[in-house]
Structure formats: C-alpha cells, structure tokens
Design a protein around this ligand. Structure first.
Ligand code: EPU
Length: 431
C-alpha cells in the first residue's frame, strides 16, 4: 500500500503554484457534452483521479478526449450513449452532473444513483426535482434513475432550491441551457466553481446570467458549440497551503491563489495571528509571530462563508493553538472522521453534536494515520508537517482524488516528505 512519510518540524519557505480547480473542471467536462458543433479546449486541468474518472465517463459516452499536459480537448460531436458506466458513477458522486447535459441534448439519461459516501448520505433529490421542473420524468429502477424529457424537449421553469446545492445548481443550469424559454434558479449555490461553469457555458453560446448570486437566469438556446476555457485556480488547494504556511512557514508565496475566493479563510488566519499579503498573482503568508495560533471559532457554511472543504485542515491547525477552539460543521453530517486520527497524534478534541471542541496542545507527535476522505487526508498531512517525529499517512487514494502533486509541492517548500509506492515487499520512493 502506498504511504506518505513526513518528518515533522521543517519550516516551509518559497513559492508553490496552485493547480486548476477540481470542482470546476468536473462539471466543465460534463458541460462539454452539450457541444453539438466544434471542439472544446479546457486549460489548467489538474492531474487528479477524479478528473480522470470524469474524462473516462465522458469518453464512455462517445466523446473523444485528448490530453496534452494540462490542456484537454473534448470532441463531443458524435456521442453514442446516454448511460455512463455505473462503476464510474458509483466511484465518484460528481459524475451525476452528466445527467443535465445528456437530458438537454438527447432527451434522455440513465444514471446509476450514487451511493452513500464517507462524508454523509449526500442525496441527489434536488438534482432530480430540478430536472423534473424542466419537464423531465424520472423512474428509479435497479439502482438507476432513468430521466426522460417530454416530446417537445425541456422547458424553462422557476426553481427554488431547498438548500443551495452546488451539484444541483450545476445540473439544472446545464439542462436549462437548451430548454425552451427562461429558467430561474432561486437560492442557487454561489460557489466560484459554478461561476466558472457559467462562464464556460456562455463561451459555448449559452445565455446564463447571475451566476455567483443566489438567482441565476438561463435563457435557452438552440445549440451549443465547443469553446476554449481556462479553469480557475483551486481555492481549496490554495487554502491548504495557506494553513500549512500559517503554521510552519517562513514566508510562503501561494502563486495563482485568488484572495477574493478565500476571504473567509484569510479572515480566520489573520484572526489567528498570521500575516497575509494579497499580491498581483497570488498570496504571501507568514506565520503567527508567537509561533502558535490564537484559538478560533469557525462555522462552515455555503459560499462565501467558511468552506466545509477547509474544515478538516483548520481542525488540524487548531490542535496546537493557544487555547480552546470550536469548529462547527453545518454542510455535511459525519465530516469529522479525521478527528479520531488527529487524536492518535496527541490532539485533544471532543465532538459535541456538529461541533469539534479543540483544546490546543503544545505539540502533536508523529503516528501512523489513515485518510478517510480527501480533505481528511490533507488535514493529516498538515498535522504531520507540524508534529514532532515521523508521521505515516495511509489511504492515499483519497488524496489522489483532489491534490495534484501534493508531496512534490510541499517538498519544494522544504518539507521532509516522501511518498512511497509499495512494490511487493520493497517500498519505492516517488518523491
Ligand atoms: N443535498 C441534498 N440534496 C441534493 C443535493 C445536496 O440534500 O440533491 C445536501 C447535501 O447532502 C449536503 C448539502 O446539500 O448536505 C450540500 O451539498 P452540495 O450538493 O452542495 O455538494 P456537492 O455538489 O455534492 C460539492 C463539492 C464538495 C463540497 C460541496 C459543498 C464537487 C465535485 N464537490 O459537492 O467537494 O464539499 O460541494 O461545498 O463540486 C471536496 O472537494 O472534497 C468535496 C467534497
């Protein structure tokens, strides 16, 4: 089994460049299915398991995919299937966003229902309700949902989302691009990744207005064409480096990070004592002068509030703060699996309902820990960087889903970190 081994305590210094955003690339690849003409060129695509999965899903429907470095060309002119392979959809919940594009372009989609996942049940009821409001019918059978558009195609509708679901907003927005008339999504998700998706759709010829606010208006058009689009930087990858640098940096420049996507995190890091400087094409961060963060009260919520995807990393940081912190998770149930692993490293945390109460300790100590989901994995790497002694992080398939070259990037900043791929009995370092 692969593992990351970290000798804690090495200060981080220098520059790290953030890759394109995973959670923007995934729906953008799905949106490429809408292009009846031309070829799309997506730039700044990170090399991640989830992106590979989505590219394979789109390819399995008949699209031609061509990778060159961080650019992916997608030719979706002649698709031959409306049923993405169930094993790909079950492996990655985000594949469900191919439903909207398939339904809009072909009037039909047959998608495996994603199962539960490590961060809670995560249903897709709002996606289906939204598509039904556009005129689709849905039948659930043998673990699949079969969606069908009415004879005349989808039509515009006014849709209020009970919660501002990121994925449901994406699915409805994509389906509505080819529907007849106007669609209005109220209480839409405002995440930057959805704005990026809307910009890509508009470059393809769609008419989407208001993305980034809680009311999105989409005027349906007849056809869409491939377009060239550069994906926004990954704010969660950027945030992960900001947190590590605020703990153990000697001045780290997080290049390509966009501060206006990271306001809530930056405010919290400043409150904890770090110094953050917004520069033209990135963010520079220095740690708290006292060497330890001040305690924080953090509550996750939908954008622009503090992101749930940065919850595990801030919990790891606060384990060594000077006092008691509270971190409340309001977006997902069951997203505190990293707490048990951090406790193995000496963290003093207890869970009260949806809140982690963290009593800062002087130091963590290295241990063998296992990532239970993507962001939990990032939290354990941060914990390993600040802990005394050696930490082994297992469960790397989670990290590979969402961090492009994490080990190499931390290594370049001066961390004593290695990745080992197990080959039989001997472990081979891959840097
Ligand atoms: N929800 C419903 N019904 C639905 C859809 C969502 O009840 O039909 C609930 C969920 O159970 C959850 C809340 O609404 O409690 C928010 O879920 P949302 O749909 O917004 O999340 P998502 O689209 O499944 C995306 C990101 C997640 C990120 C969340 C919240 C992608 C591929 N995934 O998920 O990213 O945590 O938004 O910001 O964009 C990650 O990158 O590690 C990750 C988990």
């Amino acid at each position: 089994m692969a593992k990351i081994v970290i000798q804690g305590g090495c200060p981080l210094e220098g520059t790290v460049r953030v890759s394109g955003a995973k959670n923007a690339v995934l729906p953008i690849l799905a949106a490429s299915l809408l292009a009846e003409h031309g070829v799309s060129q997506i730039e700044e695509v990170p090399h991640l398991l989830d992106v590979e999965n989505m590219a394979n899903t789109v390819a399995a429907l008949g699209a031609k995919i061509d990778w060159k470095g961080t650019t992916v060309r997608v030719d979706a002119r002649s698709l031959y299937s409306v049923t993405p392979p169930a094993e790909l959809v079950r492996r990655m919940r985000a594949s469900f966003v191919v439903a909207g594009p398939l339904l809009a372009r072909f009037g039909e989609a047959m998608i495996a229902l994603p199962g539960g996942c490590n961060i809670g049940p995560r249903p897709v009821d709002l996606h289906i309700k939204g598509l039904e409001a556009l005129g689709a019918t849905s039948v659930v059978e043998n673990g699949f949902v079969h969606l069908r558009a009415p004879r005349g195609g989808l039509h515009g509708a006014r849709i209020y989302l009970d919660v501002p679901s990121v994925g449901a907003t994406q699915n409805i927005m994509m389906a509505a691009t080819l529907a007849k008339g106007q669609t209005i999504i109220e209480n839409a998700a405002k995440e930057p990744e959805n704005v990026d998706l809307a910009n890509y759709l508009n470059a393809m010829g769609a008419r989407v207005r208001g993305a980034g606010t809680d009311i999105i208006r989409i005027d349906g058009v007849d056809t869409l064409s491939g377009a060239t689009h550069a994906v926004i930087p990954d704010r969660i990858e950027a945030g992960t480096f900001l947190v590590a640098a605020a703990l153990i940096g000697r001045g780290v420049y997080v290049e390509n990070a966009l501060s206006h996507h990271l306001m809530s995190l930056i405010a919290k890091l400043e409150e904890a004592g770090a110094t953050i400087e917004d520069r033209v094409d990135g963010i520079k961060v220095w740690p708290c002068p006292s060497g330890r963060m001040r305690p924080l009260d953090v509550k996750t919520h939908y954008y622009p509030s503090y992101p749930t995807d940065m919850q595990a990393q801030i919990v790891a940081a606060l384990t060594v703060a000077q006092g008691t912190s509270m971190v409340t998770e309001t977006v997902f149930e069951n997203r505190f699996m990293h707490v048990a692993e951090l406790q193995r490293m000496g963290a003093n945390i207890h869970i009260e309902g949806r809140t982690a109460v963290i009593d800062g300790v002087a130091r963590l100590s290295g241990a063998r820990v296992t990532a239970t989901d993507l962001r939990a994995g990032a939290a354990l790497v941060i914990a390993g960087l600040i802990a005394e002694g050696e930490t082994e992080v297992h469960g790397l398939h989670h990290l590979d889903r969402g961090y492009d070259n994490l080990v190499a990037k931390f290594k370049r900043l001066g961390a004593a970190i290695e990745r080992f791929e197990d080959i039989g009995q001997s472990a081979k370092s891959v840097g």
